[in-house]
Design a protein. Structure first.
Length: 139
């Protein structure tokens, strides 16, 4: 059976679509997080910044928050990492906008590609990191 690649050249190999690989990888990662809580299993990476300094990085608590979200515990997830929980819809918007661009030909994200939004996100992440590491901060 002679199969063709995306370029149309028949070399006997099939190619796998990159989005399919990403989706399968995300589903496998979500299943792993669903069944193996990060606070009970040591198979997840530890934060080097926290290990070395005792400071929580902006992503600290993200795996535990994702585990809680997968189980429907939104309040617990928000307590673990509010920035991650609040930015998750925006993160989901990116692949959706990419898919819409491929389907319709219209680019949906030009307003969000302005430098202002990147600087705002950076300022938000820095402020969040500082706030959660202050002695009275409980984020």
């Amino acid at each position: 059976m002679n199969t063709t690649t995306r370029s149309g050249k028949g070399n006997g190999r099939r190619t796998v679509s990159a989005p399919l690989v990403v989706i399968v990888g995300l589903l496998c990662g979500a299943a792993m997080l669903y069944f193996f809580p990060p606070e009970q299993y040591r198979l997840y990476p530890r934060c080097l910044l926290y290990s070395w300094t005792g400071w929580q990085c902006p992503g600290c608590g993200g795996l535990r928050a994702t585990h809680q979200l997968l189980h429907g515990n939104f309040a617990a997830a928000f307590q673990l990492n509010p920035l991650f929980v609040l930015l998750l819809p925006a993160l989901a918007l990116l692949p959706g906008a990419h898919w819409l661009k491929r389907a319709t030909g219209r680019d949906w994200l030009p307003p969000l590609r302005r430098p202002f939004w990147l600087w705002l996100l950076l300022a938000l992440v820095v402020a969040f990191t500082l706030a959660r590491n202050l002695p009275f901060g409980s984020l």
